[in-house]
Design a protein around this ligand. Structure first.
Ligand code: AMP
Ligand code: ZN
Length: 113
C-alpha cells in the first residue's frame, strides 16, 4: 500500500494537478492525456481494482460517480464525456489502485481500440 502511486498522489507525496476533492474522492489531470480533458478519479482508500469492489467499499464508487457529475458541470462538459475503468492485464490497468478516467472535449470513437 505504501508503494501505491495513487495513494502517494492522494497524500500529496507525489505532485498532481487537482481537479476535484472531497472526503471520499480525489481527481487530478492525467499525466498522459488521451483527450483534451482527461482526469483520473480515485477513491481515498486503497481498492486494487474493480475485482475488489464489495458491499464494504462500494459507497466510494458511488461517490466517484457523484464526483463525475460535479466535475462535468464545473468543467462545462455539456457535449458529453466518457468514463472508463480498466481492470487487470487485458483491461489495460497499469496502476493497482482503482481509478476511473474521465475523457472529454473530443468526439470519442466506439468501439475503443
Ligand atoms: P490505467 O492504464 O487505466 O491503469 O491508467 C493509469 C493512468 O494513470 C494512465 O492514464 C497514466 O497516464 C496515469 N498516470 C500515471 N502516473 C501519473 C501521475 N504521476 N500523474 C497523473 N497521472 C498519472
Ligand atoms: Zn493505493
Amino acid at each position: 500500500m505504501n508503494d501505491c502511486l495513487f495513494c502517494k498522489i492522494i497524500k500529496g507525496e507525489i505532485p498532481s494537478t487537482k481537479v476535484y476533492e472531497d472526503e471520499f474522492v480525489y481527481a487530478f489531470l492525467d499525466i498522459d492525456p488521451q483527450a483534451p480533458f482527461h482526469a483520473v478519479i480515485v477513491p481515498k482508500i486503497h481498492i486494487k481494482s474493480t475485482d475488489e469492489i464489495s458491499g464494504e467499499n462500494s459507497m466510494y464508487i458511488a461517490k466517484i460517480f457523484e464526483a463525475v457529475a460535479k466535475i462535468a458541470k464545473y468543467e462545462n462538459l455539456e457535449n458529453g464525456y466518457r468514463v472508463v475503468n480498466n481492470c487487470g492485464v487485458d483491461g489495460g490497468q497499469t496502476v493497482g489502485h482503482i481509478h476511473f478516467h474521465l475523457l472529454a472535449r473530443r468526439n470519442l470513437q466506439w468501439p475503443p481500440g
